[in-house]
Design a protein. Structure first.
Length: 357
């Protein structure tokens, strides 16, 4: 889940400069745009040929609403591809390998310098005939053509990690906490009560660690809904959470799901959209939880200690208790949601490089 905080113009400007400097697009055929963020522009590309590929539900919804065909993953062949570089090196390499495998024409690489664009371009140049890079707006753009299998060894493989009991979990490069269990989630898991009953939800469920802990602790739960905006993380969760009470939703957790009402909600909400902390994102999670909870519903929340969520909790719940936390994290138990009406102010989606930090 994420929100937009970036000026969309630099990528479009770099695309325009590339087309003026030797980048030639095929005359026909679809153009894949891998992992753009909502709010970005692609005006230099022929709009009727652009196909958006993103695993992030808010971005998928935003581009779909603009009329772009969207898919979670590449489908079929493409005449050209534009890769919007993410911060993570393994994720960036994987996108490049995916694009090369399905693209007959140029593969265009565009990214910000602070997200590692220079390093990735150097790696590509060592293996392919890469154009000269064009720098603008603190980012760079370059392009190349390569055989379908030229970067096959860059494809990301599922990772794994274990908890304190030795339970094995599947993860994936590019998802939050891919290399191990997040300490904030561990803290929240230890605080969850075993007597919960009815229907619960894990907002921003990631690859399913908190869900496995709650289901193991609370045999009285009838259903646990895992709500996650990253399709890759949700695929891992489907593998990790095998309890038949689990239900999986690829959705923006800042937006209440229709026709669902919960007795309890747990969350370790994201607050990063890029390198900048965005506490509005976690606040939007809290507001969505209040909307979906029953009048007697309860919320369990863990957050980095510096995040100012108390004001939002006070505005959306009748009773808030701060539980014993840890040096870097605070825990809250909130009860009695204050209903705010059917509409919650929605932050503009833009998915972050990671759910939390």
């Amino acid at each position: 889940m994420s929100m937009s905080n970036a000026d969309p113009a630099p990528r479009a400007l770099r695309l325009e400069l590339a087309l003026l400097s030797g980048l030639v697009l095929p005359d026909s055929g679809p153009i894949a745009v891998f992992h753009p963020r909502a709010g970005e522009w692609f005006d230099p590309l022929p709009r009727d040929r652009v196909k958006i590929i993103t695993p992030h539900a808010p971005d998928h919804s935003a581009f779909s609403a603009q009329g772009y065909p969207c898919a979670q993953a590449a489908e079929g062949r493409y005449a050209a591809a534009l890769i919007c570089l993410p911060r993570g090196r393994a994720e960036a390499r994987d996108l490049i390998a995916q694009a090369c495998a399905v693209t007959d024409g140029p593969v265009i690489i565009d990214g910000q310098k602070h997200d590692g664009a220079d390093a990735i371009l150097r790696e590509i140049r060592a293996r392919a005939d890469l154009s000269e890079a064009i720098a603008k707006g603190h980012g760079k753009i370059a392009w190349f053509r390569a055989p379908a299998d030229a970067f096959a060894d860059w494809r990301a493989e599922p990772g794994q990690c274990t908890d304190a009991d030795g339970n094995l979990f599947r993860t994936m490069p590019g998802v939050f906490s891919a290399d191990g269990i997040d300490p904030a989630s561990e803290l929240l898991a230890a605080a969850l009560p075993g007597g919960l009953k009815g229907v619960a939800a894990d907002l921003g469920a990631g690859w399913g660690y908190l869900a496995t802990q709650l289901l193991a602790r609370a045999p009285g739960l009838t259903t646990l809904h895992l709500i996650e905006s990253d399709a890759r993380a949700l695929d891992c969760a489907r593998h990790n959470v095998t309890d038949p009470r689990a239900r999986f939703h690829w959705a923006d957790a800042t937006q209440p799901l229709p026709r669902l009402a919960f007795d309890a909600v747990i969350m370790n909400p994201p607050f990063h959209t890029s390198r900048e902390a965005r506490p509005q994102l976690g606040a939007a999670f809290i507001k969505a939880a209040a909307q979906m909870l029953k009048p007697s519903g309860q919320l369990w929340l863990v957050a980095n200690r510096h995040l100012p969520y108390e004001t939002t909790l006070d505005a959306t719940f009748r009773k808030i208790t701060e539980l014993p936390g840890a040096p870097g994290f605070k825990l809250f138990h909130a009860e009695g949601p204050k209903k705010q009406g059917p509409a919650i102010g929605r932050p503009r989606p833009h998915h972050h490089s990671g759910r939390r930090a």
